[in-house]
Ligand binder design. Structure first.
Ligand code: AMP
Length: 190
């Protein structure tokens, strides 16, 4: 059976979003990015957005409860039934446990976690460049350092969590976008 319930795990700036978009195009599965959903909420000025705005600007995490609710609702949508690529969720142990519960409830489970590995200096350089191009409010150097610290402390342990469950494939995230894409394709069995 082909793997279509996917999770991209990696530091901010590792290329999760870029690779997620390619998987969307290739397999016709939706990208589920809690970061994108939160940015939409902030732009729309919803209650969720007002809750998330300051935390996002400082590079801190939005609370597990809030993010889990957002992800659960999105995963239950019809277009996510036969596959999806999660990007930026889960980010904490509590979120990973909640994800397993959500998928169990939906009668499915994760097929594969793709762990994108990159070195930190490269990531900082990428994010600073993205700041120039996209003008994201959380792409200034202080916030970038904070997001990387939060990643190391709260999210990096999920690499082991998925390894222990036999779901992890590590992907070298350095190099050209197409190269990384090819490595992912290989991991998915072509
Ligand atoms: P991203 O676009 O995935 O880098 O997310 C941007 C920001 O949104 C993060 O720095 C957090 O403030 C918030 N965010 C996105 N996803 C999550 C999550 N799963 N848990 C907590 N906060 C999140």
């Amino acid at each position: 059976m082909s793997k279509r319930r996917l999770l991209l795990l990696g530091a901010p700036g590792a290329g999760k979003g870029t690779q997620a978009i390619r998987l969307v195009e290739k397999y016709g599965i939706p990208q589920i990015s809690t970061g994108d959903m939160l940015r939409t909420a902030v732009a729309a000025g919803t209650k969720l957005g007002r809750k998330a705005k300051g935390l996002m600007e400082r590079g801190e995490l939005v609370s597990d409860d809030v993010v889990i609710g957002v992800a659960a609702e999105r995963l239950a949508a019809k277009d996510a039934r036969s596959g999806f690529v999660l990007d930026g969720f889960p980010r904490t142990a509590a979120q990973a446990a909640a994800l397993a519960d959500i998928l169990l409830e939906l009668g499915s489970g994760l097929d594969l976690c793709l762990g994108l590995t990159v070195d930190e200096d490269a990531v900082v350089a990428r994010l600073l460049k993205r700041a120039e191009i996209e003008g994201r409010a959380d792409d200034n150097e202080d916030t970038i350092r904070e997001r990387l610290r939060v990643y190391r402390e709260q999210t990096a342990p999920l690499i082991d969590y998925y390894r222990k469950r036999g779901l992890l494939t590590e992907i070298d995230g350095m190099g050209a976008v197409e190269e990384v894409e090819r490595r992912i394709e290989e991991a998915l069995g072509g």
